[in-house]
Design a protein around this ligand. Structure first.
Ligand code: ADP
Ligand code: MG
Length: 611
């Protein structure tokens, strides 16, 4: 050691801190590069700022962060033309934890449970020390802008550091990482490129990586597009950015770009895709909107939007969080809660205004409607805002309709909004379930999305009108005049037939009764009372869960088939087999399977052969 080298001890807290950073964050250790690049970019911003009043600080025209791996020496060097540090600043910034936040950190450290420690690290600016996750020796040579002398700080991260005079031609900082045995990957320029693109793509300072032949390649795009004002951004730039963030190939359906100022400060640039992204709707459940803090990418797992808006892509960039925000903190911080609320409101506002243009809204609805519907049961608070955005097929109109439109078409005296849920959209239109409603001119919404079994019950009412499944047996249509079913009076034997059917079907039905809601069909199923509707009963059965109850078999006393069965009962013939076929027919009409498909097929084949 030459006599110009000074050795200094780290404070005890720094030692512990280093140990913690190195071990607690090990699984995410590539973030060391994010931290060092962020520091370099900050230093350049500060120099630019200082130059506003002091010409000596002016940044050189080609100012950039330069990242150079050296395989022979096994070093990784980060150089910047930033503000630099004096000897005292090196000692202060890298050798102590005098900064108030870090002192608080060291205090909390003693009390924290091991599992809480990573979250503590995240809450304080200790990014520089993350260099020791990949390096067993770090040297920092720095020259403060406006100063002549340069100094080198060096440490192995083990309790002490050294300071010695150095020479640096220009202001700025070089950080040399002597990589650990297992950190070879950071000698590969493609790996460095990947990490920079992932974490620092939108830093506005150019970040250049030196490749094998000594050629520099700029790794980041360097445009924080969302931070510009709308008038500065062209449609082409929006599209290019949209394609970049979401790996899309199409044009966005909606582009939302705004800046919130005041109590909460953030910029947001969000997109609703023009096409259904490959897996965003069905596969992924959580919002992948990216969180940035002062341009730096933090995470795409902050769930900045509720899952029922998970199709929205883009970036939210805030000033109100520290760069080192931890996962745990992301979950707890009120800043994010407020941002989430603001961003959700803004997206809903956009959808509400775009929904006024039926043709324009249609592609959005067809891509993402089923996802939006989830909001009805997942977000109690937003339910009434979401409901008018929903679109439906209906028994009365072509194309898509909405709840407000349905309500405007309701008949005098109609109290409920009726809907029918089944798996198959086409079968719905021809379902016998609708016969009675059609005959009386009452509109029914036709629902066939996977989520349709769930949300109507959660919404319960729209504009004070209850939502009612037509398969719920309590629907009473008798007060509405309609075309009277043709044919003679119901046969007198219907009561005996009902009793005989009940006996024959046993536990496969909860009840059998005559109905006046059928016109052309012989039978229909319904759910009894106020329990789950038919579709829900089916889902519960398929999931192997009880509790759904069994359907009610309703028979049309005027239908020739029912009439002849009535005659059979009157003449005391056995109707057990016929009863079973009747129930299976009713199930098939609703798009369900017969109870025993093979036996059912055999019976039908036998009947055909006999005919
Ligand atoms: P934070 O960035 O949150 O302050 P760090 O541990 O990352 O915490 O850095 C500590 C301090 O060291 C910074 O605040 C800055 O003053 C100084 N520093 C780090 N890297 C550089 C650099 N490349 N140029 C100038 N100063 C730097
Ligand atoms: Mg930092």
């Amino acid at each position: 050691m030459s006599d110009t080298v000074e050795r200094h001890e780290f404070g005890a807290e720094v030692g512990r801190l280093l140990d913690l950073v190195v071990h607690a964050l090990y699984s995410d250790r590539e973030i060391f590069l994010r931290e060092l690049v962020a520091n370099a970019a900050d230093a350049m911003d500060r120099r630019r700022f200082e130059a506003l009043t002091d010409q000596a600080s002016a940044l050189p025209a080609d100012a950039r962060v330069r990242i150079e791996p050296d395989k022979a020496a096994r070093t990784l060097t980060l150089s910047d033309a930033g503000i630099g540090m004096t000897k005292a600043e090196l000692a202060q910034n890298l050798g102590t934890i005098a900064r108030s936040g870090t002192r608080a950190f060291s205090q909390s450290l003693g009390d924290a449970k091991p599992e809480d420690k990573p979250s503590l690290i995240g809450q304080f600016g200790v990014g520089f020390y993350s260099a020791f996750m990949v390096a067993d020796r770090v040297t920092v040579t720095s020259r403060r802008a406006g100063a002549e002398e340069a100094w080198t700080w060096a440490s192995e991260g083990q309790g002490s550091y050294t300071l010695e005079p150095a020479i640096r031609a220009e202001p700025g900082t070089d950080i040399v990482l002597h990589l650990k045995e297992d950190a070879d990957e950071y000698l590969e320029s493609y790996r460095l490129d990947h990490v920079v693109r992932k974490w620092a793509d939108h830093i506005t300072v150019p970040i250049a990586i030196v490749g094998e032949e000594g050629k520099e390649e700029t790794a980041n795009q360097g445009t924080a597009l969302w931070r510009k004002s709308k008038s500065e951004v062209t449609p082409e730039q929006y599209t290019a950015f949209y394609r970049h963030v979401g790996m899309n190939f199409d044009e966005p359906w909606a582009t939302l770009h705004w800046r919130a100022e005041g109590a909460l400060e953030f910029s947001a640039l969000l997109f609703v895709p023009g096409m259904k992204p490959f897996q965003a709707v069905e596969g992924e459940r959580a919002s992948k909107v990216r969180l940035h803090v002062r341009r730096m990418f933090i995470t795409d797992e902050a769930e900045l939007l509720p899952s029922w808006l998970r199709f929205v892509q883009g970036v939210v960039d805030t000033e109100d969080l520290p760069l080192n925000v931890s996962r745990e903190m992301l979950q707890a911080t009120p800043v994010l809660t407020k941002i989430r609320r603001a961003v959700t409101g803004r997206v809903l506002g956009e959808l509400t205004s775009r929904a006024k243009d039926a043709e324009g809204y249609r592609p959005f609805w067809e891509n993402f409607g089923p996802v939006l519907k989830e909001g009805i049961y997942e977000d109690h608070e937003r339910r009434s805002e979401i409901a008018p955005l929903l679109r439906f097929h209906s028994s009365a109109v072509e194309g898509w309709t909405s709840l407000p439109d349905y309500v405007s078409r309701m008949k005098d005296g109609q109290e409920a909004i009726y809907y029918l849920v089944a798996d198959d959209a086409d079968a719905l239109k021809r379902s016998p379930q609708l016969e009675g409603f059609r005959a009386r001119g009452i509109e029914v919404l036709l629902l066939s999305d996977h989520v349709d079994a769930f949300w109507p019950e959660a919404l319960a009412r729209f504009e004070d009108k209850p939502l009612r499944s037509v398969t719920q047996g309590s629907v009473d249509l008798s007060k509405f005049a309609g075309e009277t079913p043709e044919g003679e009076e119901a046969p007198a034997s219907v009561e005996a037939l009902v009793a005989a059917l009940k006996t024959a079907l046993g536990a496969d039905v909860s009840d059998v009764r005559a109905t006046d809601r059928l016109v052309e069909s012989a039978v229909v199923l319904s759910a009894s009372g106020h329990g789950p509707d038919l579709q829900m009963q089916r889902l519960l059965r398929r999931a192997g869960r009880g509790g759904g109850g069994m359907p009610v078999l309703e028979i049309n006393p005027r239908h020739p088939l029912i009439r002849s069965l009535g005659d059979k009962v009157a003449s005391e013939s056995d109707i057990t087999e016929a009863a079973g076929t009747l129930l299976d027919l009713a199930r098939v009409q609703d798009g369900d399977t017969p109870r025993d498909p093979v036996a059912f097929a055999q019976k039908v084949a036998a009947a055909l052969a006999a005919a």
